[in-house]
Design a protein around this ligand. Structure first.
Ligand SMILES: [Zn+2]
Length: 175
């Protein structure tokens, strides 16, 4: 009793949905352009409608975003981790010798990103960070990139951060 309007069968991909999908694949470009044009033309109205609906249905809204997050938590975390890694790589590279990721200490060959971080050349790190109202690493890195990489920073490996600190204490007579 096969009908052309049969229920979609996920295994065999037959039935109405399969027909619709085949139609979509055939007319993809035209259809996507149409959808895009509609969105461009109705952007504001559409956004306002969405906002209004979200305000009127807070619980439903929360349910949707919660379940979306729950369903995609692994993917979202992975994506965030990857983009954070890229951000860190870009910023640390910028403050490396010749903008190639490496510790700026003379003769040091450390290029492992996990062992590198930013150093304020004039030891005013805490002050500079307060001035930018940013605390943590990622926020700080993204702020620096947005500001077009202000001067006064360098990439150092953790050993040389420590070496610099010991030298500073020795020179200033601090304990
Ligand atoms: Zn080093």
């Amino acid at each position: 009793m096969a009908s052309t309007m049969a229920k979609f069968n996920h295994k065999t991909r037959t039935g109405r949905r399969a027909y619709q999908h085949a139609w979509y694949l055939k007319n993809k470009e035209k259809q996507n352009a149409k959808t895009k044009a509609w969105h461009e033309a109705n952007k504001e109205k559409h956004n306002n409608q969405n906002k209004k609906w979200a305000l009127e249905n807070p619980e439903r809204r929360k349910y949707i975003s919660d379940t979306y997050y729950a369903r995609n938590v692994k993917r979202i975390r992975e994506r965030t981790r990857r983009s954070n890694k890229i951000l860190k790589f870009e910023v640390l590279s910028h403050y490396s010798p010749k903008e190639k990721l490496r510790c700026s200490w003379r003769g040091c060959k450390i290029t492992d990103m996990d062992m590198l971080s930013l150093d304020h050349i004039k030891n005013n790190g805490a002050e500079a960070r307060r001035g930018m109202k940013a605390i943590g690493g990622v926020v700080y890195y993204s702020r620096l990139r947005k500001l077009g990489y202000p001067e006064g920073l360098q990439t150092l490996c953790h050993n040389h951060q420590w070496k610099k600190e010991i030298t500073r204490r020795y020179l200033t007579g601090a304990q």
